[in-house]
Design a protein. Structure first.
Length: 248
């Protein structure tokens, strides 16, 4: 099986109440999350997981909060000798706008997206204000989307699994590395969601679901399953990856 390395690039941030990440915990605590594009290296294709924000706020305050540098899409790709037109494959964890704002720039890419995400982006529930179909109009019109309807292998050593935790069509991406199977979660969480503090564990809870979820009970069970399946767990918005060059 082919082996890859994963390279996190911060392409945006959000500042909000921590309980947006940690359900019923951390209320009133201001928290800054990084928004990543993940460059996956190791094969003959240029692969990304998500494309981040179009116009990220690049400030010292935000960078200090996450412990790493914030890049535009072009700056981040340039670090790896790439431009948007070089990208062959983009795998989307989901289609909330901060994960797909640069899609239109990847004119030569094939985009792997779960069918339920496409349904949601075109007909979002009022609670799902984070969807905006404008960001995928171009790639849809150009026939660049590969619709995912069931768990499958994208390439040798890279597979996706439907994990409707944060959104109805969330995909967790399992990537084979030299250090084992890495899982980029298809839902918006941080390390603390998988490693709760003693006061949460004392309530006999093994994980904390995300603050935004589809079904909180099912979310809990899916999170435990993903945790069990991964040798390297990559929570989608964990700040510590902002200062890490390579995973795996």
């Amino acid at each position: 099986m082919k082996e890859y390395t994963i390279h996190p690039i911060v392409m945006g941030t959000k500042v909000f109440d921590k309980s947006m990440m940690t359900y019923q915990y951390g209320q009133g605590e201001q928290y800054t999350i990084p928004i990543y594009t993940w460059v996956v290296k190791g094969g003959d294709k240029n692969i990304l997981v998500d494309t981040g924000e179009m116009s990220p706020i690049q400030s010292k305050e935000r960078e200090d909060a996450i412990g790493g540098k914030i890049f535009t899409f072009e700056q981040g790709l340039e670090k790896h000798g790439l431009s948007p037109s070089d990208i062959d494959i983009v795998i989307h964890t989901h289609l909330h706008m901060d994960h797909c704002e640069n899609d239109y720039k990847c004119v030569n890419a094939r985009f792997y997206i779960h069918e339920k995400e496409l349904e949601s982006v075109h007909d979002p529930h009022p609670l799902d204000y984070r969807y905006l179909e404008d960001y995928i109009d171009d790639i849809e019109e150009n026939g660049q989307i590969k619709i995912i309807r069931e768990d499958c292998e994208i390439l040798d050593g890279i597979r996706v699994k439907h994990t409707p935790v944060h959104t109805k069509g969330g995909l967790t991406i399992y990537i084979q590395t030299k250090k084992g199977t890495a899982a980029i979660t298809g839902f918006c969480v941080i390390d603390e969601n998988f490693n709760p503090p003693p006061e949460i564990k004392g309530m006999e809870m093994d994980v904390i679901p995300p603050g935004t979820h589809v079904d909180v009970y099912r979310a809990y069970d899916i999170m435990k399953q993903v945790q069990k399946e991964a040798d390297i767990l990559i929570p989608l918005h964990e700040p510590r990856f902002a200062s890490i060059e390579s995973i795996g």
